[in-house]
Each structure stands twice: as structure tokens, then as C-alpha cells.
Design a binder for this molecule. Sequence first.
Ligand SMILES: C[S@@+](CC[C@H](N)C(=O)[O-])C[C@H]1O[C@@H](n2cnc3c(N)ncnc32)[C@H](O)[C@@H]1O
Length: 222
Amino acid sequence: MGKAELRTYGRTKGRTLKPRRARLLEARLPQIGLPAGRFDPGALAPSAREIWLEVGFGGGEHLAAQAARRPDALVLGAEPFVNGVAALLARIESLRLENVRLHPGDARALTGRLPDATLDRIFILFPDPWPKTRHWKRRLIEPGFLDEAARTLKSGGRVRFATDWADYANWALARFLEHGAFRWTAERAADWRAPPIDHVTTRYQEKALGDCAPVWLEFVRT
Ligand SMILES: C[S@@+](CC[C@H](N)C(=O)[O-])C[C@H]1O[C@@H](n2cnc3c(N)ncnc32)[C@H](O)[C@@H]1O
């Protein structure tokens, strides 16, 4: 991570894990955890046609469903909430997924280890909104993170951002557009109002904790 990056997430631990999930964390995470230090994800899965990253996968519903649909893609996930990591490991096991690799921590520590122009897609779905003005500095979407997203995406690679906080939607849109490396793909209101056709709804999304209907922003790395 770069200089003194502020924490963009809340708690890292929830309820005590059930024994099966605790066992999965202990046994399975070391097998599918990403290597420490710089690495080339392409070398981890030479037959993968695309490499995707989900930042803050929460309980992993979206990540697991996307990975199941697209066995030809290697799907990387980063999430510091240990109960979320354990929940995703349980999904990986029950769906027998072989194309997922995880970083149980801050996504910014992962992107910094990736070579340039590696990723085909980045998903940032319902990131912590930090709605109070004094917390805005904790929002994930800021120029330093967007620099890393731009660096690690291939030209033509895509980012999907979703939020149900109106102010964060405006904030994120302004920062993506100001950055200069991203083109917003929307051509009509329905493009940001309706969920993308390949989206998978999560339990967190269903709680609808924000102050507006979800806003879907899709960008292409120019
Ligand atoms: C509000 S939840 C949404 C979870 C999930 N994306 C969904 O839609 O169900 C936001 C998640 O992002 C994670 N998060 C926040 N900052 C992060 C970061 N820098 N790197 C990785 N995950 C992060 C949090 O731990 C939390 O689980």
C-alpha cells in the first residue's frame, strides 16, 4: 500500500466462526491464498482467458457465482473481513471452484503486487459508503486507488462500481472521470439505473441500507 493509506473498511472480525468454517480457513486458505510479494496471476492459471478482481467481496456470493459461470476466468478476491473470507471458502468448496484465489486483506496491498496491465475486470460493489463528511477520506475511490486500478487493468479492461448512496455515486463518478484513464460507458439513464445483465445480487445489497436505489457505473480503461 502507498503512503499512510487510511482504512477503508470497518470490522475485520464478526461472530466466532463455526468449526467447519474455522477449519476451512486453516486448511483451504493457505492453498488458494495469493503469494506474498510481487507475482504474475497469469502464471498461476496459464489457461485462464481473463483475470478478474473483486475488491471487498463481503460474503462472496457475487464472486463465487461469477467464478462458477466463468471457469475460463481466474477470479481474484480481496476482503479483510475474516467471516466473509470463511463464507467464500465455504462457497468455493460447495461449488468445487478451482478458479478463485484470495487475498484475505486490503485490496490495495494486493494491487500493489500485480504487474501492469494484468486485469480484465475489476468489481467494486457496494463499498463501505462512509456517509459522514468527516469520514469521506476513508472512501476507497480516491486518486491513488484509481491510479492502481488504471495501472493494473489492461487497455479495454473494465471496472464496475455500484453503490446505493447517492453522494458516493456522484463522488465516484467525478473521480473516475477526473482521473483521465477511464471512459464511462453509459449512454442512457437505464445504463446506470438498471443492474447489469450479469450482476449477481448479494445479501448485503438486498438490505438496501443506502439512501437511493443502486447506481451502476461501468468504466473502460482507455
Ligand atoms: C458494504 S460491504 C459490501 C460487500 C459486497 N461487495 C457486497 O456487495 O455484498 C463492503 C466490503 O468491502 C470491504 N472492504 C472495504 N475496504 C476494502 C479494501 N480496501 N480492500 C478490500 N475490501 C475492502 C469490507 O470489509 C466489506 O466487506
